[in-house]
Design a protein around this ligand. Structure first.
Ligand code: FE2
Length: 274
């Protein structure tokens, strides 16, 4: 197991990381640990969770109350965001998606304060699957911060990770790309890699600047900078998940910053997509 965790993600880039981000907006790393089976199992357990929560409003409400309580606790400051837990936007116009934002601190919080969640298999299985997957990103985020010389952002601790699992419905639409509110975002898996389009950061952007990054490996992950590194003159990578008219799933790990207030900065405006 030790050997596996060391070789989980392999850096392929030759140039310094800051240069790769500036020129391409991303780096690709081969994924030697996870096969598609791991993510198919995660998406199956996400579907179980969705069905359970859509049919048991009392548990959805309970999960929401637990999240609100977590956000009032000290633990929240590990992540510097209010985004957490279950978001059902399946019926919302121009969204048509459902996502879950997982963090180990929230998982521990549920475990200690709401042990009853552990007795509902649809919830417990999904949280356990998220725990297993997010673990592998921690070393990669630390290494990336080291390569950029920005290690201090994690305050000497393990990077705080938010794992997002998302289901897009066939009616999903999107108008514009966006920048992530993270230090780094790691696109771990997608059931359609071609849907993700990105561009390196530029002073002026048009839709023609965006494309789906070519992959060198059959299983790989993409690392991009988010908006939380701007004080180091590292600009966020604009990106967009385009609709493909089908149900699709994706998993993304966000490295957050503890005790961080993101400065209000006007980045390059983002083009609309037809
Ligand atoms: Fe994003």
């Amino acid at each position: 197991m030790v050997l596996l965790s060391i070789v989980c993600f392999q850096w392929l880039c030759g140039a310094p990381l800051a240069e790769e981000f500036e020129q391409k907006g991303y780096v690709e790393l081969s994924d030697a640990l996870h096969g598609s089976n791991t993510y198919n199992a995660l998406y199956a357990s996400f579907d179980e969770l969705i069905v359970f929560l859509q049919n048991n409003a009392i548990w959805t409400h309970k999960l929401c109350s637990a999240k609100e309580r977590f956000l009032r606790s000290k633990e929240k400051h590990h992540y510097s965001t209010d985004v957490l837990g279950f978001y059902d936007e399946s019926e919302r116009t121009e969204r048509h998606q459902i996502s879950f934002y997982y963090s180990t601190h929230f998982h521990d919080f549920l475990h200690s304060r709401y042990p009853e969640f552990g007795e509902v298999s649809a919830i417990a299985h999904f949280l356990d699957a998220c725990y297993e997957i997010q673990q592998s990103s921690s070393d990669l985020f630390s290494e990336a911060a080291g390569k950029l010389g920005v290690d201090a952002i994690f305050e000497g601790r393990a990077p705080p990770i938010l794992l997002k699992v998302i289901k897009y419905f066939s009616s999903y639409t999107v108008k514009r790309p966006h920048y992530d509110g993270s230090a780094f975002s790691l696109f771990l898996d997608s059931t359609d890699n071609q849907s993700l389009h990105l561009s390196s950061y530029k002073a002026s952007l048009t839709s023609d600047d965006f494309s789906s990054p070519p992959r060198q490996f059959s299983r790989s992950v993409l690392l991009i900078p988010g908006a939380f590194l701007i004080e180091f003159s590292i600009f966020p990578t604009p990106h967009i998940a385009l609709p493909n008219g089908k149900i699709r799933y994706a998993t993304i790990a966000f490295a957050m910053r503890p005790n961080y207030a993101c400065p209000k900065i006007e980045y390059s405006s983002l083009p609309s997509f037809k």
